[in-house]
Design a protein around this ligand. Structure first.
Ligand SMILES: [Zn+2]
Length: 424
């Protein structure tokens, strides 16, 4: 049986203008056909035809900067806040929340004990349902550097130390390598522009990662460190708290991805609600204006922007969930709504190495789809009105009466997000 969505507005994620009066045909796990309804294949016996009445169909959202075991406030010294099994189950629960709120793919960018790979495996093997996951293992940091107070980071020193740390992540099954080149917000006693990994160490990370076909994503703030990262061949800049026009031009020229994580500095109420300490709030506040100004420089220079939050994809922020709020913030940096949707789908799929499989609505790709009530390519706030979430053709959330599917139901457990207050 195929599901045929008719009378919809097709936003394919490539940045192409939306197609009105479109049809999308889902067969099994795949998109079998999509395009203008006048050219659509006729339904066969047994096909389910769903008239969407002008609603939009678009690719499932990506969130490419997530720590599924996130717990706020951060401790100031490294302590394990969770027993390992509990940590893995909590991460899985949050992955479920992500997909039920529209994030069908998650890039997990620093976790303890390789628990991200356990969650990825249980979903990829079809043991349990969940979003598509790409995993880094631990974030690699300089000894005493950014994240030394977090279980999700692994300290290393020297060229040999960093080489070994990269190889350990690859051995465990890392899809990509995450490093923290500079200071940041969540560790006391450092500035986001402080460079903590030396150039020879940085080059060693990139050399070993690239030789093993892994990209390097680097937590980086500050003009000088961003330029050094681009020169060393880093593939993806995370946060980009502060950089000038020249650094922006270098990223655009090199094809370096940029994941702004604007939620980190623009959504201070979220941090306050979760009891974040004054020192961290002060750092976020101090970085806020220059962060958004820098991302505007990146957008203006044509840097490839992706969607990531650092917050849980499903957590409530400003009346919606973090993944969607970040897309709205991207529009405030100068992307059009259509470009912001491309950032959260096509571009983010590309940085995950998943563009051949998903990230756009095209025949032959996996059916990772959202149905949206409204026109998010014109009015980004319409993205809040998700009526259906599908991944690999399976329905994880459904508010359409024409479709007889319950979505993912966990009796007695609310999967709408906001687990901070409830789960510990
Ligand atoms: Zn992070």
């Amino acid at each position: 049986m195929r599901t045929i969505f008719t009378n919809c507005r097709l936003i394919d994620g490539t940045g192409a203008a939306a197609v009105d009066a479109a049809t999308v045909v889902v067969s099994g796990q795949e998109i079998a056909w999509c395009g203008p309804s006048v050219d659509a294949p006729s339904p066969a016996d047994g096909d389910l035809v769903v008239d969407l009445g002008g609603k939009s169909v678009m690719p499932g959202l990506f969130n490419v900067h997530v720590h599924l075991a996130l717990r706020l406030p951060f401790p100031e010294r490294r302590i394990d806040q969770f027993e390992r099994g509990y940590r893995t189950l909590l991460m899985y629960r949050r992955a479920l929340e992500a997909i039920t709120t529209g994030t069908t793919s998650v890039r997990v960018i620093g976790e303890a004990h390789f628990t991200d790979m356990d969650v990825r495996a249980i979903i990829d093997k079809g043991v349990l349902p969940g979003p598509r996951i790409k995993a880094a293992g631990a974030a690699l940091i300089a000894t005493g550097g950014h994240g030394h107070n977090s279980m999700s980071c692994l300290e290393a020193s020297g060229v040999d130390g960093f080489r070994q740390a990269v190889r350990e992540q690859i051995r465990a099954g890392a899809d990509f390598i995450k490093i923290c080149l500079t200071g940041g917000i969540g560790t006391p006693g450092e500035k986001p522009s402080d460079k903590q990994i030396a150039d020879d160490e940085l080059r060693a990370v990139v050399e070993v990662a690239h030789a093993n076909n892994r990209i390097v994503a680097s937590h980086t703030g500050g003009t000088g460190p961003i330029k050094d990262a681009v020169r060393a061949g880093v593939d993806c800049i995370e946060h980009g708290y502060e950089f000038d026009d020249e650094a922006a031009a270098m990223m655009a020229e090199a094809g370096t991805f940029l994941v702004p994580t604007l939620c980190v500095t623009q959504e201070l109420d979220y941090m306050r609600r979760h009891g974040v300490q004054e020192w961290m709030l002060d750092k976020a506040k101090a970085a806020a204006a220059e962060h958004i100004a820098s991302i505007r420089r990146g957008v203006a220079a044509g840097v490839t922007i992706c969607n990531g939050t650092d917050l849980l994809p499903s957590d409530p922020v400003d009346g919606t969930v973090a993944t969607i709020r970040e897309v709205e913030l991207l529009v405030e940096t100068g992307l059009t709504p259509l470009e912001a949707l491309k950032a959260a789908t096509h571009n983010s799929a590309k940085v995950c190495g998943l563009l051949g499989l998903t990230g756009t609505v095209e025949a032959g790709k996996r059916a990772d789809l959202l149905v949206i009530d409204g026109r998010p390519d014109q009015t980004i706030r319409d993205l809040r009105n998700i009526r259906l979430v599908m991944k690999d053709g399976a329905i994880f959330r459904n508010e359409l009466s024409e479709v007889n599917a319950p979505g993912l139901v966990a009796p007695g457990v609310d999967l709408v997000g906001g687990t901070f207050a409830k789960v510990y």
